[in-house]
Design a protein around this ligand. Structure first.
Ligand code: FAD
Length: 289
C-alpha cells in the first residue's frame, strides 16, 4: 500500500441522472446535503449505448455550475468516435475537467459494440482528441471484472488503461478490504502507481444490493448475507448494520493508506452522510486519518 500513501486524499459522491422532475428535485436535495460535506467532486453515471447521454450532460452541467466540480462518466460501448468527440467538446466548453472513462455494458438487444471496444481505447482516444486537458479516471476491479478470462488478464487490462493515459482509478465496490490491498500490491509489483480510490457502496436495501452485486461481480461475504437475511423486513436494522459494516471497511482502508473514498450514493444522502460522520471526515481527518 506504500504507493498509495503519497497521494492527496480525495472524497467524491456518485449520482445517476434522474429521469423525472421528481427525481431531479430529489437529486438537488441530495446534492445540497452532500455539498455541505465539501467533497472534492461529484460524478454522474452514463447509460451505456448513450441512453442517458443528454440527461448526464444536463445533470453534470447543472451540478458543475453550482460550485462543486462534477465529472461525467462516459462509456464507449455502442458509440462512434464522432459522438464521443462531440461530448468531450461540450464538456470542455462547460468547464468540466474530469471524466470517468469506461467501456460500459450494452443492454442486450441494443446493437453492436461501437468503434472503441475497450476502456483503454477510449482513454487513448480522449488523449488524442483533447490532449491532457481532462483528468481521466478509469474503473478498477479488486475482485476482478466478471468477463475477465483470468485475474492476470484483468490486471494487464488495468495497466493498459494506465499506459493509455489514465490519471487515477475508482474501484468497483467490495466488502473485503484484503481484495483491495492485494490488488494494490500487485499493481506496485507491476510498477503502476496511480491513485486507486476505493468505491464504497453503502448497504441500505438488501435485495437491491444482491441484484447489483450479481450484475457487477462484487462479492457479498457470507457473514454479511447471513446477518442481512436474519433482519428480514426490518429495514432500520439493515441500515444500522450496513452503516457499521461499511464504516469499519472505510476505516480499514483509510488506516492502510487508501487515497480517499468514492461513494456510490444512488442519489441518497443519508447513508453516505452517516458513514462520513462516523469516520470524522472533517478537513483535518481527510488529510491524515
Ligand atoms: P474495460 O476496462 O474495457 O474492461 C472490460 C472487460 O474487458 C474486462 O473483463 C477486461 O479484462 C476485458 N478487456 C479489456 N481489454 C481487453 C482486450 N484488449 N482484450 C480482451 N479483453 C479485454 N457502467 C455504465 O454503463 N455507466 C457508468 O456510468 C458506469 N460507471 C462506473 C463507474 C465505476 C467506478 C465502475 C467501477 C464501473 C462503472 N460502470 C459503469 C460499469 C462498467 O461500465 C462495467 O463494469 C463494464 O463491464 C466494464 O467497463 P470498464 O471500463 O471497466 O471496461
Amino acid at each position: 500500500m506504500e504507493s498509495q500513501k503519497q497521494f492527496k486524499r480525495r472524497f467524491s459522491f456518485e449520482f445517476f441522472p434522474p429521469k423525472t422532475d421528481k427525481g431531479e428535485e430529489k437529486l438537488q436535495k441530495t446534492r445540497d446535503r452532500l455539498a455541505e460535506l465539501n467533497p472534492d467532486f461529484f460524478s454522474v453515471t452514463f447509460g451505456a449505448g448513450g441512453s442517458t447521454r443528454d440527461r448526464t450532460l444536463e445533470t453534470v452541467t447543472r451540478l458543475h455550475s453550482q460550485g462543486i466540480s462534477t465529472a461525467p462518466h462516459l462509456s464507449c460501448v455502442g458509440a462512434t468516435r464522432e459522438s464521443i468527440a462531440e461530448l468531450l467538446d461540450l464538456y470542455r466548453e462547460n468547464g468540466v475537467e474530469r471524466i470517468v472513462a469506461l467501456r460500459g455494458d450494452m443492454p442486450s438487444g441494443m446493437g453492436g459494440a461501437g468503434e472503441l471496444r475497450y476502456a483503454n481505447e477510449l482513454v487513448e482516444f480522449i488523449r488524442e482528441h483533447s490532449g491532457d486537458y481532462f483528468n481521466l479516471e478509469v474503473a478498477a476491479y479488486p475482485e476482478f471484472h466478471p468477463q475477465a478470462p483470468t485475474a492476470e488478464a484483468d490486471l494487464q487490462n488495468f495497466v493498459r488503461k494506465v499506459k493509455a493515459g489514465a490519471n487515477s482509478a475508482i474501484t468497483q465496490y467490495f466488502f473485503n478490504a484484503d481484495s483491495y490491498f492485494y490488488f494494490i500490491d500487485r499493481l506496485e509489483k507491476m510498477g503502476v502507481t496511480i491513485p486507486v480510490v476505493p468505491g464504497i457502496m453503502p448497504i441500505v436495501n438488501y435485495s437491491k444490493l444482491v441484484q447489483f452485486s450479481d450484475m457487477c461481480g462484487a462479492e457479498i461475504p457470507r457473514w454479511i448475507r447471513k446477518q442481512l437475511d436474519a433482519y428480514g423486513d426490518d429495514t432500520e436494522s439493515i441500515k444500522q448494520f450496513g452503516e457499521d459494516v461499511v464504516t469499519r471497511l472505510c476505516e480499514q482502508l483509510l488506516d492502510a493508506g487508501a487515497p480517499g473514498l468514492h461513494f456510490y450514493t444512488l442519489n441518497q444522502a443519508n447513508a453516505s452522510t452517516h458513514i462520513w460522520r462516523n469516520l470524522g471526515l472533517d478537513q483535518s481527518k481527510r488529510i491524515a486519518f
